[in-house]
Write a protein that binds this ligand. Structure first.
Ligand code: NAD
Ligand code: GDC
Length: 410
């Protein structure tokens, strides 16, 4: 009997690749995502797909119970997330992902699954350890004392603790990995949620297609990061889930580059040199971040090892095809419009969107299923009381009694 695998957040970047790999291994896969199916980055017909706000929202406990029942392994990747442009401007929405983690771990405990994996992030790390571009790679212990990325980082750190205590108190096999900036084909490349590798690829491609050989970079370009290719991420998730590693562990590349060097790589792939301008007030995040892989090397004799150049080549080619499908020289500039808040007026570039703080945006936090189930049905129009005909007064005597039942007698 092949195992039943649940992937929540399957319509997203990492989830889509994980479902593909699980199906390749012959597992039965239940895939869930709040996005309608036609917005999923990858749709795998062989999987049992739960899509859309009613069936696919894992903040809704009933949905979690349905998809986890009888499952063997659960991979909880669902989160409202994005690059710095999104998480710096949507801290409340990022924190609401705690509903997904909490309901998925509860439903997994109830279903008695064998293994539960939670996707945490390098954004849990203490900000004071990331103030220098010439950063010392982050060890797992550097998450404490806690001073994570505001909003998103706190939610991740809290949910890591939840996983630990479900294991310690209830015996659930939980494993967590802290991803360091994952990139690759079939991910977000425009709209405001994209991270640096995809954004830089898009901007270089827009320059190539439009003929305007210029690029705007957030910050001063000296910020440093390591970027992990998606294939390494998918492999690492499964190895960590099946390991004895109890603590949250780094899953990231240790190849450190500046953002300027990341632009160099994209230019080299495109065979072009661009005029660079720097937007210093754009979202920048920490000054420097890298993954210390001593522990994962120690446990597995392996660490994510796809070279950035090679991963960017594949990512650039994929985004290029998507881009030219949608834009030409006259419309290329539209690719930098951010649209991540429903119903908001698109604001060109930079990911910053004041509409994110719109007074109604919090309503996105209420699962549609709750409303559908709990919206009180409109009260039925009360029927006009039927005036009861006065009962003929019963004549006294035996007959009367028999006729008249004693009030209250059953
Ligand atoms: P993504 O945004 O592409 O995918 C997340 C998916 O979750 C989206 O498709 C979204 O629709 C879905 N989702 C959000 N709320 C949901 C809900 N209530 N119910 C069901 N689905 C819901 O992001 P990704 O890059 O694939 O990230 C996957 C996980 O890995 C996330 O938890 C993220 O925080 C974590 N992570 C990613 C990175 C990275 O660099 N990509 C880094 C650190 C951590
Ligand atoms: O967005 P991000 O990839 O997230 O940004 C990396 C650096 O690249 C930042 O300093 C940013 O200012 C710079 N940058 C320059 N130009 C651009 O056009 C651009 N777009 C973007 N997006 N960035 C640009 C991420 C989180 C994820 C996740 C990972 C974990 O933070 O956004 O949610 O948690 O960390 O590693 P980053 O690396 O700061």
């Amino acid at each position: 009997m092949s195992k039943v695998i649940v992937v929540a957040g399957a319509g997203g970047f990492i989830g889509g690749h994980l479902v593909a790999d699980m199906l390749r291994q012959g597992f039965k896969v239940r895939a869930a995502d709040i996005k309608p199916l036609d917005e999923w980055y990858q749709v795998h017909r062989k999987a049992d797909n739960s899509a859309g706000p009613l069936m696919g929202d894992v903040r809704d406990y009933q949905n979690c119970r349905r998809i986890c029942k009888g499952a063997d392994e659960v991979y909880q990747l669902a989160a409202d997330m994005g690059g710095m442009g999104f998480i710096e401007n949507n801290k409340a929405l990022c924190m609401l992902s705690v509903l997904s983690n909490t309901h998925m771990i509860l439903a997994s405990q109830e279903a008695g699954v064998e293994k539960f994996f939670y996707a945490s992030s390098a954004c849990v790390y203490n900000a004071d350890k990331q103030k220098d571009p010439n950063v010392t790679a982050l060890k797992e212990a550097d998450a404490y004392p806690g001073l994570p990325e505001d909003g998103y980082g706190w939610e991740k750190l809290f949910s890591e603790r939840m996983c630990r205590h479900f294991r310690e108190d209830f015996g659930l096999h939980t494993r967590c990995a802290r991803f360091h900036n994952v990139y690759g084909p079939n991910g977000t490349w425009e709209g405001g949620r994209e991270k640096a590798p995809a954004a830089i690829c898009r901007k270089v491609i827009a320059a190539v297609v439009s003929g305007k050989h210029e690029i705007e970079i957030w910050g001063d370009g000296t910020q440093t990061r390591s970027f992990m290719f998606i294939d390494d991420c998918v492999k690492g998730i499964q190895r960590i889930t099946h390991s004895d590693i109890l603590e949250p562990i780094n899953l990231g590349s240790s190849e450190l580059v500046t953002i300027n060097q990341l632009v160099d790589i994209a230019e080299e792939i495109a065979g072009i040199k661009l005029n660079r301008s720097y937007k210093l007030d754009a979202p920048r995040g920490v000054a420097g971040r890298n993954s210390d892989n001593t522990k994962i090397q120690g446990y597995m004799g392996w660490e994510p090892d796809t070279r950035l150049k090679d991963g960017m080549e594949k990512t650039y080619r994929w985004i290029y095809d998507e881009f030219v499908d949608k834009y030409d020289a006259s419309t290329a500039h539209k690719s930098s419009i951010s649209t991540f808040t429903k119903g908001s007026h698109p604001i060109p570039g930079d990911g910053f969107n004041p509409e994110s703080k719109n007074m109604d945006t919090w309503k996105q936090g209420i699962p549609a299923g709750y409303n559908a189930r709990s919206t009180p049905k409109p009260a039925k129009a009360k029927k006009a009381p039927v005036k009861k005909k006065a009962k003929p007064v019963a004549k006294k005597g035996k007959a009367g009694k028999k006729k008249g039942k004693r009030v209250g007698a059953r």
